[in-house]
Design a protein around this ligand. Structure first.
Ligand code: GDP
Ligand code: MG
Length: 596
């Protein structure tokens, strides 16, 4: 048996993680030069375009060391965004070490540090690697100093490489086998395997990616998922090469897949422990958390005829993304649709894009909402994540909304700007610490509702890209809420309604009215856009009537919005929804919450 090393690559975005992964795959001889295409591991189009890894992928690389020994190196890829931080944590829990990549000209950045912390939390061996040494602007000495001072890692341990030019790749591989310890764990113990990913194969059902910590699993075994007690019979086990390669067994320390005729991916929970039904472990592996949607929004087909097709698409999509939850919904303005729950705003955007691109759906999504709790005078508590079901205000005794603990890491010169942003967003109880000289960690309690709207973008802007952000939901707290209605030309557009904090209601109403003014094209008549709480108008804007010579300025707004609109029109899909006599473009429903 080859000796095993389980590792992951972590880096700030664009520092070369995907490129290095590709190089390692190529070096292992899994693909020849001809087959080699860039970024083998990032498989989905959206991932490529946005340069983020959404679904983690894993691959086993054979390697013969300079000492002549053979190794199986398991490269476990991690998604790179806070919406998926739980998946990152489960992937790292499957490793013994990480390569921490730093760009030779950019140096240490916010996400480098955040990633390092995540690795340290799991007690992983960290191998610092400076990438892109081929660049004329590379400054290896300066970056080494940063690694020493800001990351407190030994700069003598740094490996230099150029993933693009293929320089130093063997040094990286040697460091992996020399410095990262082989996995512990024993094949003779009862089976304990950590589920860190899953995807759906239309013929075989769920393919569960796992790290076997103890024991052995073979085809024919009855396995049990500890979180829900579900028992399945193993049909196949194996490792991830470029394709799945079946094996006779997976034992302690190995990383691979299990297929057990599981037809619904939602039965499989990331972070769950798999054990044997006849000889189970007593305790699950640490860190399991049920993933619950925190952001909700409704999806409607642009044309109501497409409802059955959307229903079909969602069902198929769901098999590939167990984190999405949905149920039927309907709206006076938009007809029949679905209420969906997402892990966060990025998850929402990914679902939207994939439904449009991969499943060819033309959809409208409504303003996202968190889940609120209302105590009524009947002593009943109702949970509402859809403004349509806002309770009768006269019956509400008290209201609560979810709070998060937000942790922001940035160079100390941005502290003032971050503090200002957080207090604008109703942040409370700030705490500070200085994890490394020159950098601060600022922790706030904040309403989740305030971060689902463009918080991350704003943070990036005020910190010039250096701020990193992570959060966890802590508890529900009492809050003074109201339902904001939006009226277009006197008609209430239920899909634009919003639950807001009363102190922020006017600000929101003004913003939404202004955004809609930019998004809705001029008509033959004047259109009033109004924001109202319980019938009281608190904001308004007006779109003046159409005149011949203003066509070019029809949309107003900034350059990027114009470009986006042009792109959309180019696709020949200018999607409009009629509300009364007014046609509202599809983009308006999402644009109301986008930052400038
Ligand atoms: P990721 O976001 O960390 O996955 O980064 P990518 O692997 O997508 O790389 C980001 C950009 O840097 C791409 O344009 C790569 O071609 C480029 N890049 C990656 N490694 C190197 C390198 O060693 N040298 C140079 N010059 N460019 C590199
Ligand atoms: Mg990448």
């Amino acid at each position: 048996m080859p000796s095993i090393r389980n590792f992951s690559i972590i880096a700030h975005i664009d520092h070369g993680k995907s490129t290095l992964a590709d190089r390692l795959i190529q070096h292992a001889g899994l693909v020849d030069e001809r087959q080699f295409h860039d970024q083998m591991l990032d498989t989905m189009d959206i991932e490529r375009e946005r340069g983020i890894t959404i679904k983690s992928n894993t691959i086993t690389l054979p390697y013969t060391g300079r000492n002549g020994e053979t190794y199986a190196l398991n490269l476990i890829d991690t998604p790179g965004h806070v919406d998926f931080s739980y998946e990152v944590s489960r992937a790292l829990a499957s490793c013994e070490g990480v390569l921490l990549l730093v760009d030779a000209s950019q140096g240490v950045e916010a996400q480098t540090i955040a990633n390092l912390y995540a690795a340290m939390e799991h007690d992983l061996v960290v191998i610092p690697v400076i990438n892109k040494i081929d660049l004329p602007s590379a400054d290896v000495d300066r970056v080494k100093e940063e690694i020493e001072n800001e990351l407190a890692l030994d700069s003598e341990q740094v490996i230099l490489c150029s993933a693009k030019e293929g320089i130093g790749i063997e040094d990286v591989l040697e460091a992996i086998v020399e410095r990262i310890p082989p996995p512990k764990g024993s094949p003779s113990e009862p089976l304990a395997a950590l589920v860190f990913d899953a995807h759906y194969d239309p013929f075989r059902g769920a393919v569960v990616a796992c790290r076997v910590v103890d024991g052995v699993v073979r085809p024919g075994d009855l396995i049990r998922f500890l979180s829900n007690g579900a028992v399945h019979k193993v049909e196949e086990v194996g490792i991830f090469g470029l394709k799945r390669e079946s094996r006779k067994s997976l034992s302690a320390g190995e990383v691979g897949y299990i297929i057990a005729g599981i037809k619904t991916v939602s039965d499989v929970n990331i972070g769950d422990t798999i054990t044997l039904d006849r000889m189970p472990v007593e305790k699950p592996l640490p860190g399991f958390r049920e993933v619950k949607p925190v952001v909700f929004s409704s999806i409607y087909p642009v044309s109501s005829d497409d409802y059955p097709s959307l229903a079909d698409a969602l069902e198929k999509y769901k098999l590939n993304d167990a984190a999405l939850v949905y149920q039927k919904d309907s709206s006076a303005a938009l007809g029949q649709g679905f209420r969906c729950g997402f892990l966060g705003l990025l998850h929402l955007e990914i679902v939207q894009e994939r439904l449009e691109r991969e499943y060819d759906q033309s959809i409208i999504m409504t303003v996202p909402s968190v889940q609120y709790r209302f105590k009524l005078d009947t002593a009943e508590t109702v949970i509402v994540e859809n403004p349509q079901y806002y309770p009768d205000p006269t019956r509400i005794v008290s209201a609560e909304e979810p709070f998060i603990r937000a942790s922001i890491l940035c160079p100390d010169r941005y502290m003032g700007a971050v503090m200002k942003l957080c207090s604008e967003r109703r942040g409370e109880n700030p705490r500070f610490s200085v994890p490394t000289p020159g950098r601060v960690e600022i922790v706030f309690d904040m309403p989740l509702a305030e971060v689902i709207f463009d918080f991350y973008d704003r943070l990036k802007t005020v910190t010039q890209g250096y701020g990193s952000f992570d959060y966890e939901i802590i508890e529900y707290r009492e809050s003074n809420l109201a339902k904001l209605d939006i009226l277009v030309n006197g008609e209430k557009v239920d899909a634009l309604s919003l639950i807001v904090h009363r102190d922020r209601a006017r600000e929101w109403a003004v913003q939404v009215c202004e955004r809609l003014k930019e998004e809705i094209p001029r008509h033959q008549f004047k259109i009033a856009i109004q924001g109202a709480i319980g019938g009281k108008i608190i904001a308004r804007s007006t779109i003046s009537a159409f005149r011949k010579d203003v066509t070019a300025k029809c949309y107003g707004g900034d350059i990027t919005r114009k470009r986006k609109l042009l792109e959309k029109q180019k696709k020949g899909k200018k999607r409009m929804k009629m509300v009364g006599a007014v046609s509202i473009p599809q983009s308006a429903f999402v644009a109301v919450l986008k930052a400038e």
